[in-house]
Design a binder for this molecule. Sequence first.
Ligand SMILES: Cc1cc2nc3c(=O)[nH]c(=O)nc-3n(C[C@H](O)[C@H](O)[C@H](O)COP(=O)(O)O)c2cc1C
Length: 281
Amino acid sequence: MKKEIKIRPFWYSDVWLFPKIITIITTLDTQGRLNAAPYSHIMQYDVMPKNPRMILGFRQSSHTFENIVATGEFVINCPRADHLDDMMQTARFWPEGVNELEHTGLTTIPSKKVRPPSIAECPQIAECTVDQIVRLDKSSGIVIGKIEALVFDEELIDMDRDERIVAMDLPIGLGDQNRKYYYHAKLHPENIVMHELQEPPDAMRGADTKTTMPWAEDAMKMLMGIPPGVRKMVTEQTEDWVKAKGHDVVTLELFHALAEEQGMGADFFDRFRDERKKKSG
Ligand SMILES: Cc1cc2nc3c(=O)[nH]c(=O)nc-3n(C[C@H](O)[C@H](O)[C@H](O)COP(=O)(O)O)c2cc1C
C-alpha cells in the first residue's frame, strides 16, 4: 500500500530520492577572494545555443549565492568520483573569506570567459554569468545562469558517450539524511546500460508533424533525418521562417540558412547520423 508523507523542509534531498549531478561552484567575493562549495540543485534551462542557460537553487545565506548576486559570475566544476572527499571538505560551513580549495587537493586554472577561476582537476566545466535571480519567499534563491563557455578536458571531446561516461567518472549524488550523511554512487562500467530509442512504427505520425507548404525533396529528406521528438518543432519553425522571408517552398538551401542562423550548422545535423553503426562498419 502507498502512503502519503508530510512535506517537510529539505524534502527534495532527505526524503525524495533524487539522483543528481555533483558540482563544486567557484565564485569570487567583492574583495576578489575565492569561494568553493558543492551544489547539486542544477538543471538545464534553455537548451538552444542562442541563449544557453542552467537553473540553480541555493540557500540564500550561502557565500556562493551572495557572491553570485554581488558579482554576477560563477563557474560550475564537475569533479570526478575520486574527489568526493575533497568535495565534502568544501561543503563544511567555513567562515566567510576562506578559500575552501586550500583544504583539498584541488587546484585552480584561469577561466576562459569569467573572472572566478575553474578547478583544474574537473573534466567538465561551465562558466556562467547571471541571467536572472529569483528570491523565493523563506526558501531558495534561484539563479538562472547564462552559459558563457562549456570547457572540457580535450581528450574527452571526441569520445563516444559510452567511453566518455567511463573516462569522466562523475559521481551521482543520492541526497542526504539529517543534513549530515551524504550518499553518493560511483559508476562502474559494468553497471552502465545503453538503450536505443526506437522509432514508432509510423515515425511521421509519431512525430505528429504536418507540413503546410511544399518541401523540396532533399529538404524533406533532411527533415526526416531529424529525430521524431523534435521534428514537429523544426517543421513549424522552418515554415514560419521561410514564409517570413517571402518564399513559398522550403528548399535545402533555406533549411540550411535557418539552421546556420540558429547556430545549428552542418555539424549539428551530423549528430543525427548513426555514428555507432558507422564506426562498427
Ligand atoms: C553533495 C552536496 C550538494 C549540495 N547541494 C546544494 C545545493 O544545491 N544548494 C544549496 O543551497 N546547498 C547545497 N549543498 C550545501 C552547501 O554546499 C553548503 O551549505 C556549503 O557550506 C555552502 O558553502 P558556501 O557558503 O561557501 O556557499 C550541498 C552540499 C553537498 C555536500
